[in-house]
Design a protein around this ligand. Structure first.
Ligand code: ADP
Length: 716
């Protein structure tokens, strides 16, 4: 053992070599200078001392003060920190870009690229860590998945919960579980787990109080996780014996003062009815009239609006004379592939101004360098539970005042800046102060399933920072019963356990399981469709009648009479079978090549996970030749696939009424087929749909035709 140690030591010395020849080390030294200037740098000792003394630290600080990048590095130097530090992020973009940045700052390769890498990340469908990872950035969903596998979080010395002010359902669940762990109710943990909760704005005192207060009951946050248990074993932990609860240590709080330059603010005199046009005009006014250098950050609602505005700007920018700098438009939204996201952090080429068109990702999650101008449309897409329809919809809503202030702050990170609000001062005054936590407005079935899988017998008594309404919890329990994820007595079923381990919503998880169990199975095809549904939209937008016709011409041979599900399958299979030039194929069919690349990634991951979960008959596999020769026009296959979807989407069914309209089964609401659907304008006896969207009227999106008699086969 001694000689091994010596050899390793010698090897390490040789590897490090002369510093000037090592690009990783050179970059590290260069970055150290800018790290030292971050406001959090001077608080290093306070932070370390707080965590020596107490197990929980609640830290607030302005966006950009260095919380996400620096704090985890400070912790590594502490004696108690012998294992890995987990840092959760609400979004995959942030998890990946932070890991990349911190790897550079530490002079270590990133993630799985090298077994010696100290920094990695883990996001849905992409795990990039190595055995020597010490700092791991991961999405909240991934940490919850890890908690299902190891409830004691034994590989971690510390969990840092970042961006807690966003108050996603997942962050609320994590806080509840962590509270249980720091209160010592998990006897599998040998050393205390340290917890840091970080926020740009949050009610820090409220969170500190939450960790101080005793647990509602020592069983409530899951006393016992299930280890690597067999999917066939549906044992619950409701009867776990009571254990002595360690007396909690108090919680520390700390505030890091940010560096914020003044930001000049302007409002519209009267509200605009075309916010994209107003944004477009504002961008060119800034670009052509503003002598001040600096990039422009525009806050929009989602991929569609971002892409339309990008097109408008690019078309117009080619007409700019050589007197003006060039414009480089960069989109930033969650579904954007990784390499495109990274471009945000690179500085613009000479004589070029960057225009970043972003969703609320850039509000606090990702710090975009170089920004001096912010254009804020005042809206964001948020998930909202619609009671009557019993499902979540994405709705475009006004942001809160606190979000508007965050957006404004992005202009003053590096120098004085300017913020243009594309709404009136009265509009701003009428906004709500803070956004409502997601747990009060969303479908809770995924959350309840996670709690059940984690051994919480009674989710109603879970330690929530903000307890959700009782009826929302009961509705979630009911939905899980409908999906057969719970047994009649409320315990988690074999199916429920299997669903909880798939990185999908309970609904899609149920679809995958049904497809694996159908006779013969149609798992492979169903994975292809589910992969498409996990990516925002593979079909390039079809907004007008004319472009819709063009699209129908281009994609004609992919369209399937049964509807959108089989059309997606046909598209994935044709794309996968294309061996020469996939990009050209995608362009020819007006399909987003970028989205298709993501679909192929997701499909690969889902296939691997289904193999691991033994959802395929033993001995079978996904072979490379899979994509050829499948006739998706096959009616019997279509029926099997759509029945699998019905098992998950039983609440999303509408039938044709004598007056020619479609009415939903649940809620009896009139709903129209969305114009983007291949079934648009057709009359069929009944529909299953993926999504309910409300724009000028109620639409079903992602629609297929079903037969009413299938429902009898399924539900009787
Ligand atoms: P906070 O968490 O307090 O918002 P961060 O630690 O995320 O602050 O960021 C601190 C600084 O590090 C930012 O101002 C930015 O300059 C830099 N930074 C963060 N992430 C990246 C990245 N991916 N690429 C380049 N610089 C980055």
């Amino acid at each position: 053992r001694v000689s091994n140690g010596q050899t390793n030591g010698m090897k390490r010395k040789r590897q490090d070599g002369p510093k000037q020849n090592n690009p990783l080390q050179n970059k590290k030294i260069k970055l150290l200078e800018s790290r030292k200037k971050l406001p959090i740098w001077s608080r290093q000792q306070d932070i370390k001392a707080a965590l020596e003394k107490n197990d929980v630290l609640v830290l607030s600080g302005e966006t950009g003060s260095g919380k996400s990048t620096q704090l985890p590095q400070f912790l590594l130097e502490s004696k108690w920190c012998s294992k890995c530090v987990a840092v959760t992020q609400p979004r995959r973009v942030a998890a990946i870009s932070l890991a990349r940045r911190v790897a550079e700052e530490m002079g270590t390769p990133l993630g799985k690229s090298s077994p010696a890498s100290k920094v990695g990340y883990s996001v849905r469908f992409d795990d990039s860590t190595s055995p020597s990872t010490r700092i791991k950035y991961l999405t909240e969903g991934m940490l919850l998945q890890e908690m299902l596998r190891d409830s004691a979080m034994s590989q971690y010395s510390c969990v840092v919960v970042d961006e807690v002010h966003e108050r996603s359902v997942n962050v609320d669940l994590i806080l509840g579980f962590l509270k249980g762990l720091v209160k010592g109710i998990n006897k599998k943990r040998k050393t205390p787990l340290k917890v840091v909760v970080m926020s740009a704005t949050a009610d820090v005192a409220g969170i500190a109080r939450f960790f101080d207060e005793p647990m509602p009951s020592d069983k409530a946050s899951g006393t016992d996780g299930d280890e690597e248990d067999d999917l066939n074993e549906a044992k619950i932990n409701g009867d776990a014996p009571k254990r002595p609860v360690a007396s909690p240590k108090p919680v520390s709080t700390c505030h890091v003062e940010g560096r914020q330059y003044p930001v000049k603010l302007s409002y519209l005199d009267r509200p605009t009815d075309d916010v994209l046009q107003t944004a477009f005009e504002r961008i060119f006014k800034i670009h052509c009239k503003e002598p001040m250098p600096g990039d422009i950050l525009v806050f929009l609602t989602g991929q569609e609006t971002i892409q339309s505005l990008q097109k408008l700007i690019e078309e117009y920018a080619v007409n700019l004379t050589a007197d003006y700098p060039k414009l480089l438009v960069l989109p930033l939204f969650a579904a954007l592939p990784q390499h495109a996201q990274q471009r945000i952090f690179q500085s613009a080429p000479p004589n070029t101004r960057k225009v970043i068109l972003s969703t609320n990702i850039a509000e606090t999650s990702v710090t975009v360098p170089g920004v001096r101008f912010v254009v804020d449309t005042g809206k964001a897409k948020i998930k909202q539970f619609r009671n009557r329809l019993a499902l979540d919809s994405l709705l475009i809503k006004p942001i809160s005042r606190s979000s508007a202030d965050q957006r404004k702050g992005r202009a003053g990170r590096e120098a004085p800046g300017q913020c243009y609000r594309l709404y009136t001062q009265e509009g701003y005054n009428s906004l709500e102060k803070n956004a409502t936590p997601e747990i009060l407005r969303c479908d809770l079935s995924a959350a309840v399933l996670t709690m059940k899988a984690r051994g919480v017998p009674d989710p109603l008594s879970f330690p929530f920072l903000t307890p959700p309404p009782r009826d929302a919890m009961e509705k979630a329990l009911l939905q899980l019963l409908q999906l057969s994820a719970l047994a009649e007595d409320g315990s988690i079923s074999v199916t429920g356990k299997a669903i909880a381990r798939l990185p999908l919503t309970p609904t899609l998880g149920r679809v995958i399981l049904s497809s694996a169990r159908s006779d013969p199975p149609c798992l492979r095809e169903t994975i292809d469709i589910v992969a498409c549904l996990s990516v925002e939209n593979i079909f390039v937008n079809v907004e007008t009648e004319e472009t819709r016709e063009q699209a129908a011409d281009a994609r004609g041979q992919l369209y399937r009479r049964s509807g959108d599900h089989m059309t997606l399958l046909a598209a994935v299979q044709a794309y996968a079978a294309e061996n020469s030039d996939r990009k050209a194929w995608a362009e020819r069919h007006l399909i987003s090549h970028r989205a298709m690349q993501s679909v192929m990634d997701v499909r690969k991951q889902l296939r691997a996970q289904c193999l691991q979960a033994k959802l395929l008959p033993s001995g079978s596999s996904f072979s490379d030749g899979d994509d050829e020769g499948v006739s998706s026009a096959d009616e019997e296959l279509t029926e099997r696939i759509l029945k699998a979807f019905l098992s998950g989407f039983a609440n999303n069914i509408a039938r044709l009424c004598p007056d020619g309209s479609y009415k939903t089964f649940v809620g009896n609401q009139t709903v129209s087929i969305h114009p983007s659907s291949v079934l648009f304008g057709r009359k069929v006896e009944a529909l299953v749909y993926n999504e309910f969207v409300y724009t000028n009227k109620a639409y079903a999106r992602g629609v297929s035709a079903i037969q009413l008699k299938w429902l009898e086969d399924l539900f009787t």
